[in-house]
Every structure is written in C-alpha cells, then in structure tokens.
Design a protein around this ligand. Sequence first.
Ligand code: FAD
Length: 395
Amino acid sequence: MKNASPVGKRTKCDVLVVGGGPTGCMAAAGMARELDVKVLEEHPRLGEPVQCAGLITPRVVEMASAEDTVLNTIDGAYLHFPGGRVMELQGNEAKAVVVDRGEFDRRCAALARKAGAEVLTGTKVGPLERTDGGLRAITVGGELECRAVLAADGYRSGAARSLGLGTARDLVRGMEVDISFRADDQRKVRVFLGNDVAPGFFAWAIPCGELTRVGLCVSRDRGTPLEHLNRLLNAQGWSGAERVRTYSGAIPLGYIDRTYADRVLVAGDAAGMAKPISGGGLFTGMTAGKLAAQTFLEAFRSGDLTERGLLKYEERWKGVFGDELRSSYRVRKVFVRMCDRDLDKVGDRLDNERAKAVLATGDIDFPTALARGLVRACPSLLAIAPMLLFRLLWR
Ligand SMILES: Cc1cc2nc3c(=O)[nH]c(=O)nc-3n(C[C@H](O)[C@H](O)[C@H](O)COP(=O)(O)OP(=O)(O)OC[C@H]3O[C@@H](n4cnc5c(N)ncnc54)[C@H](O)[C@@H]3O)c2cc1C
C-alpha cells in the first residue's frame, strides 16, 4: 500500500518533504506529478493535534479545494479595547471563513497523494546529513536518501536547524478552547486587546454555531497562555461553559534570514512565515509551498540544485508576501511596546465612520495595505506612531 508503508531500510526519492502540514502537502501536490516525492509526518494521524483557530480567507480554502471543511463565514469583527470601548466593524464582503483545521490538513494531504506523492505518517525525521549526491535522513524505520529536501516541519523545524538555516526571530505561545456557547452574532469574531488580556498579542472568540472558539497568544516572557485564557473566560462570563476541546501551540514570527541552500528549501512555519499581526500562517505557508514546488521542478529539469539555482524561490515568495511580512513585523514591534492607554488612543481615533469604511475593505492576508487609507481617514494616527506610519506609507 503506497501511502501507508513505513520507510524501508534504505529508500530513495527525489524530494523529501519533512512535515505533512498544509505547507508540505501543497508543495508535494505541486511537484509529485513529475518527481518522486515522499512526505514524512511524525504524527500518526494527519491534521492532529490541531494547533490553529482555523480562520482563513476564502482564497486559502480554494487553494486546497477544501470548501466542505468550512464551518462558518465571517464578515466583520468587534474590537474590544482595554478601556472598555467595543468597536463594531462590518466588512463589505465575506472576509474570512472558519475551517475544521484537522479536515483541512487531510484535504491538503489528499491533493498530495492524488498528484502521486507518498505521504507517510508516524515517521519522524531525525537530523539530516549531506552526502555526495544529495542528503540522507534518518528515521525510525531506516534511512532515506534524497536529492533535495523541503523543510516544512513547523515552528520547531529540526530540519532547517540541522542544515544550519536558523529559526524565526520571535515566537508567541497560544492556547484555545472550543466552549459550548452559541454567540449571538455568528458573522463576527471578537478580538480582545490589552496587556492584561493577551500581552504581546491578542485574544479572540470565533463563533462556530453551537460552539465558540476562544483563544489567545502571549509573548514568550509574559506569563502562561492558560492563565490568561482562564482570566478571559471568567471576565466574559464563559467559565461555566463546557470545554469541548483544547488546543495549544506556538507561532513563529519574523522569517529566517535565508530560506534556501544547496538542495534545500524551507517553507511555512519552519521559515517563520506566519503573519506577525494576526499570526495566520496558512496563506503564506501554502503559497510558499506551491512556489517551492515550482522552483524544485525547474531545478530538477535544469539539473541545477545548487543554492544559486534555488535562490529564485526566495525571490518568488518575497514577491508575493515579503513586503507584507516585513511591514507587519514593524507594526508588531511598535504594538508590543504599546501600553493600554496607547491602545485606547488608537481605538479612540479609529472609531469613526471614515476609518471604519477603510477597515471594511481590508484583506486579512495583506493588512498593512490599509495604512495609507487609514492615515488619510484619520491623520491624528500619525501622532501615535509617526515613524512606523511614515515607513508604511513610503515603502
Ligand atoms: C493557537 C494558534 C492559532 C492559530 N490560528 C491560525 C488561524 O486562525 N489561521 C491561520 O492561517 N493560521 C493560524 N495559526 C498558524 C498556523 O497553524 C500555522 O501557521 C500553520 O499550521 C503552518 O503550517 P505548516 O505546514 O508550515 O506547519 P505545521 O502545520 O506545523 O506542520 C508541520 C508538520 O511537520 C510535522 N513535523 C515536525 N517535525 C517533524 C519531523 N522531525 N519529522 C516529521 N514530521 C515533523 C508536524 O507534526 C506537523 O504536522 C495558528 C497557530 C496557533 C498556534
């Protein structure tokens, strides 16, 4: 059985994809029609454990042809500022959907298998070594020799580290629970800001019918996510609701210095590609996965798997979302320094019809594109973070 066999004593392939998440599987789906591709996933079941709120744009659902994993559609938000202001935002269209993340990942793996990739579960990849004509991976089942590797093994990325490609600059730790509580407004997420609520990031409550997904992330050195989550549940009167499912994880922020080397590419969380403002990493990871596949295909065709031949990959992903990651990392650096009074000032300046009309047009995959419109709608924002806004306007 092609898709369930363990790695044999000595196996070979063209490209080894380390990690069977959406990034690795999208990459495999993009190159397995032409190359012999193996995806190795350490967990016994693809998509488990879930470490995600599952909030993505419709374009990401389309990338995975995963329309049937959608649980709800979102077209607006309530922003809760620390001082008590609640600002309602109504989008001009469906802004995001909530997906069943486990099913979503299995849909991505199905695309990889359909294209001809072998996706093996319960197979952890140990350190990678370079050999004369490629690379060697040690797994529990034996050794695997390949001509190239895609490191798509998430935020801890042992693969990228063992090949000397570094780790993301920053990290936030997160926790969330699905509680038995039906939110009144099923079309809007709630976002909670403040240093007591979620220091260094934010908290959220996402309606999913009879359940509400409540979670948050916090900066590494600012207490445990669990203690903040319990406090939020109490404050919102949700502590008595049944906790149906609990998730935890971490989000790497600030992409690594170099995402390519001889015979190696790094993509998704392994490369620190999650969006620094929202923590969303599916759009960027899956896009990078597709671009990695395109680059490997060209490199195999031309026989040039050197870092010069693979450099194009980095140019490609930076061409799609490099600016956005760089700009939103700057926004994050200013955001983490803001005290609650500063956050309330931002709320005060944004809570007007002109600013809300700009926010209504926003795209959560490219949030900093709103900077120009927001400054035009409320020039007084410049007084709060002048350097940041000038840099966003003149990038
Ligand atoms: C609390 C939380 C909420 C989030 N909410 C959202 C959200 O709403 N929207 C969004 O877009 N993003 C969200 N994210 C981020 C998103 O989950 C990640 O960006 C996304 O999963 C990245 O995909 P990936 O394939 O790069 O990595 P992963 O999904 O982490 O996949 C990597 C895979 O590699 C496997 N692996 C690791 N090491 C090895 C090894 N040595 N051998 C074999 N396999 C290995 C892992 O088991 C894993 O399956 C959230 C993250 C957290 C923590």
